[in-house]
Ligand binder design. Structure first.
Ligand SMILES: *[C@@H]1O[C@H](CO)[C@@H](O)[C@H](O)[C@H]1NC(C)=O
Ligand SMILES: *[C@@H]1O[C@H](CO)[C@@H](O)[C@H](O)[C@H]1NC(C)=O
Ligand SMILES: *[C@@H]1O[C@H](CO)[C@@H](O)[C@H](O)[C@H]1NC(C)=O
Ligand SMILES: *[C@@H]1O[C@H](CO)[C@@H](O)[C@H](O)[C@H]1NC(C)=O
Ligand SMILES: *[C@@H]1O[C@H](CO)[C@@H](O)[C@H](O)[C@H]1NC(C)=O
Ligand SMILES: *[C@@H]1O[C@H](CO)[C@@H](O)[C@H](O)[C@H]1NC(C)=O
Length: 372
């Protein structure tokens, strides 16, 4: 009898909890600067920032809607937006953190504001993937660089959980079946030139604020942190790319096995379920509609040699800013895509890429004429 009433209470409690959740959270994805002489600048005029579309699909595929978060804006822009969205995703990419008005500066505002919101009792999750995880750690540690060089580009690895992984929030409710897949198969895709180690974390006591959940080894056998969560705040980081097995097809090294897809989806479902706990909303449906990512169209960029199948590209005008010129590529080296060029693409000149549409246009015209 007692057991029954306890489970009844738990059941009612869970109903109340779930009814407090919002069903369609809106998550902001931070944009990132493109390079002056990079692939995007060569092919698209005036586009100064981007979001890889795989991150958008990843959140949409778990039931969230997405808004782009602009780089280069002032504090009041980020303050305002953070009252309206239900979570933040800091994506991977290739830039330095010291770029004025770039990804690092914008990320700093977002991370500080997320801390303030959570301290004031408004739930605000932040998810960092790859460079995003690196930024989260870097900014919360107030700056010193803890990253070391890592040989982690283009490898698929299994999850190597630490013993007490089930004590984490991230894996508290994961099924044994999914854990089984994650540890036996190469489900996580790595593409990074930096990483954090447990030794770095212990040295500056980052181990007192972060729970390290899984580790992996790079191509040189260096052990690095691959999954972590903050002990106090709903902040999470993965060094690998859970969105790529689901939505990127530009490298043969990206795993697309059923196990890799189920695993990637697990992380998407988790971050979206966290965002459902955030009470924020836009002032009205018009403002929400004008802010959502649907106002922009992704471009098919892998055909031009990018390591992203599709990218959303933005101009300064769209972002409401002036972004300084960015001389060269840095950080975690994702944009360049130097490892993948379709055979017909000449990445030095871009000449071939302008001939392909010309030739196919000519052939199409001939075909239409022939049909008539
Ligand atoms: C790029 O910006 C320049 C200067 O504002 C403008 O003249 C040009 O039309 C823009 N190009 C595109 C494709 O929007
Ligand atoms: C921040 O930028 C907005 C335009 O994006 C402007 O209206 C506002 O005055 C600026 N605020 C500050 C404090 O500079
Ligand atoms: C940013 O940091 C990188 C790596 O430490 C360095 O090479 C670059 O010169 C720095 N850029 C600026 C503008 O300080
Ligand atoms: C995972 O990848 C490693 C290295 O490429 C390979 O040796 C191993 O067989 C793979 N494991 C599975 C289950 O596919
Ligand atoms: C963090 O690392 C330091 C130095 O190794 C150690 O003294 C401390 O007990 C560690 N803290 C936790 C929570 O593991
Ligand atoms: C919606 O909210 C925005 C921003 O607060 C405001 O400017 C606008 O007037 C509102 N529109 C309606 C229809 O209430």
């Amino acid at each position: 009898m007692k057991k029954l009433s306890v489970s009844l209470l738990v059941f009612m409690g869970s109903l109340i909890l779930s009814s407090a959740d919002i069903s369609t959270p809106i998550i902001g994805i931070l944009t990132q600067e493109v390079y002056t002489d990079g692939l995007i600048s060569r092919h698209f005029e005036n586009k100064t920032s981007y979001i890889a579309a795989s991150y958008v699909k990843y959140l949409e595929g778990a039931g969230a809607q997405v808004v782009p978060i602009w780089i280069g804006r002032n504090r009041s822009y980020y303050e305002d937006l953070m009252q309206k969205i239900n979570g933040v995703l800091l994506p991977g990419g290739s830039t330095w953190f010291n770029q004025t008005n770039g990804y690092g500066d914008a990320g700093e505002h977002l991370i500080q504001l997320a801390v303030e919101l959570n301290d004031r009792g408004t739930f605000m999750p932040v998810w960092g993937t790859c460079l995003g995880m690196e930024l989260l750690v870097y900014k919360l540690a107030n700056g010193p660089e803890h990253r070391i060089d890592c040989k982690g580009k283009g490898i698929a690895l299994p999850m190597e959980f630490k013993e007490d992984y089930a004590k984490s929030r991230l894996f508290a409710t994961i099924s044994d079946d999914i854990v089984d897949l994650m540890v036996k198969e190469n489900v996580t895709y790595h593409w990074h030139q930096f990483c954090y180690t447990e030794e770095d974390f212990a040295r500056d006591l980052l181990n007192e604020t972060w729970r390290v959940i899984s580790l992996n080894r790079d191509l040189n056998g260096v052990e690095f942190i691959s999954t972590m969560e903050h002990l106090k705040y709903p902040f999470y980081g993965v060094q690998f790319h859970p969105e790529k097995p689901l939505y990127e097809f530009t490298k043969t090294s990206i795993p697309h096995s059923a196990a890799a897809v189920i695993s990637g989806q697990f992380f998407a479902d988790f971050i979206v379920s966290e965002a459902r706990k955030s009470p924020n909303s836009f002032s009205n449906s018009t403002e929400e509609a004008r802010t959502l990512i649907y106002n922009y169209k992704p471009e098919y960029t892998s055909i031009l040699g990018s390591s992203f199948v599709q990218q959303y590209l933005f101009t300064n005008e769209e972002m409401g800013i002036e972004v300084p010129e960015i001389p060269d590529e840095g950080g975690d080296g994702e944009e360049g895509g130097s490892n993948y060029y379709p055979p017909y693409y000449d990445h030095n000149g871009g000449g071939a890429s302008s001939i392909v549409p010309l030739v196919s246009g000519f052939l199409l015209t001939m075909l239409i004429l022939a049909m008539n």
